[in-house]
Ligand binder design. Structure first.
Ligand code: GH3
Ligand code: MG
Ligand code: MG
Ligand code: MG
Length: 312
């Protein structure tokens, strides 16, 4: 005997699984040529706290994916312009969407047809008319997994900071926000000094300790709205929203002093490390490439000037 789970209980249970305190509701793209059907499913999901977007013309799916950025797609199988299978196949061809869960919502009962449709790119199917709790559960469980995966894919495994791809994306987003609000934004490129020598002298594991320590120092001192990424091997990028270059330089200089005081050990040998940093800001540099280049040049000047310093 299994107690039936109510949609709202299920939502509460799944809520408990999410690590973030204020997680963003899952986003569901509903593709169905019948607007009433799409809307009915949308309402069921909205009642469970999910955000939905309805598409009735399957030729607009890619556009909707780009704009709405769903965590899962619910796909009707039979639509006049383009069948659900073809639509799923198209979605799977876009590298960004290879891992995106697709679930068919269909009245098709021929299991052979269903299984062959799934091979093309769907995770599973639900039969219309749906049982509301089943729809919510199927969507939430897959969306949750998608979020976890996305989180892992966005992070560097050694430090837990955003990886290069994610940092670049977040910087682009932060730039468009700054543009919209006519705000300021500073980009700081940080590079550990003489890191090759650290590895050569104290060993690779000691080098890894240094990378982790720097990431801790950055995370402790910066605000939640600041974006910290591991840009490359021993190079880090910090994006400070609402900070002009002078404010950014002061803040990073304090971090520089903190980091220089950290004691490292390799066996019984103690050592210290420093970093150099270059700062550049929007709106002086308007485009991502120019901002990045300016911060790199400032970093280069910091290195040439003797290292262990912050240059604007
Ligand atoms: P500079 O002061 O001019 O920045 O000199 P540097 O030695 O820090 O610069 P260089 O670019 O020559 O050396 C970077 C080193 O970082 C080389 C590479 O082996 C090391 N490195 C990159 N990623 C990792 C990592 O994940 N762990 C460890 N331990 N070392 C890494
Ligand atoms: Mg249909
Ligand atoms: Mg370097
Ligand atoms: Mg270096």
């Amino acid at each position: 005997f299994v107690k039936p789970v109510r949609a709202n209980e299920l939502v509460a249970a799944l809520d408990g699984l999410t690590h973030q305190q204020e997680y963003e509701p899952y986003r569901v793209l509903i593709v169905d040529d019948e607007p009433d059907m799409a809307h009915y499913h949308a309402i069921l999901l909205q009642q469970a706290g999910l955000i939905t977007c309805e598409v009735h013309d399957p030729t607009r799916i890619l556009e909707a994916l780009h704009q709405f950025r769903p965590d899962i797609v619910l796909m009707d199988m039979y639509m006049p312009e383009c069948g659900g299978r073809e639509a799923a196949a198209i979605i799977r061809q876009v590298p960004d969407h290879v891992g995106l869960p697709i679930v068919y919502l269909t009245s098709e009962t021929d299991r052979r047809k269903l299984f062959s449709a799934m091979r093309i790119g769907a995770e599973g199917f639900l039969t219309k008319p749906v049982v509301p709790d089943e729809l919510v559960a199927a969507v939430m469980i897959r969306a949750e997994r998608m979020r976890t995966l996305r989180g892992l894919m966005a992070r560097d495994s050694l430090t837990g900071l955003f990886n290069h791809t994610m940092t670049t994306q977040l910087l682009e987003n932060a730039l468009s926000l700054a543009r919209r609000d006519s705000g300021v934004l500073s980009l700081v490129m940080i590079d550990i000094d003489g890191f090759k020598a650290v590895n050569d002298t104290w060993g690779h594991p000691a080098g890894d300790q240094v990378l982790m320590a720097l990431s801790r120092v950055l995370q402790q001192r910066l605000r939640a709205s600041d974006i910290i990424g591991r840009y490359g091997g021993e190079e880090f990028a910090v994006i400070l929203q609402n900070a002009d270059p002078q404010q950014a330089a002061r803040l990073i200089d304090a971090l520089r002093e903190d980091f220089a005081r950290v004691d490292f050990y390799s066996g019984e040998h103690g050592f210290h490390c420093t970093f150099s940093a270059g700062v550049a800001a929007y709106p002086m540099y308007q485009r991502y490439e120019l901002l990045r280049e300016a911060a790199d040049k400032a970093l280069y000047r910091a290195k040439r000037g003797g290292r262990n310093r912050v240059v604007v």
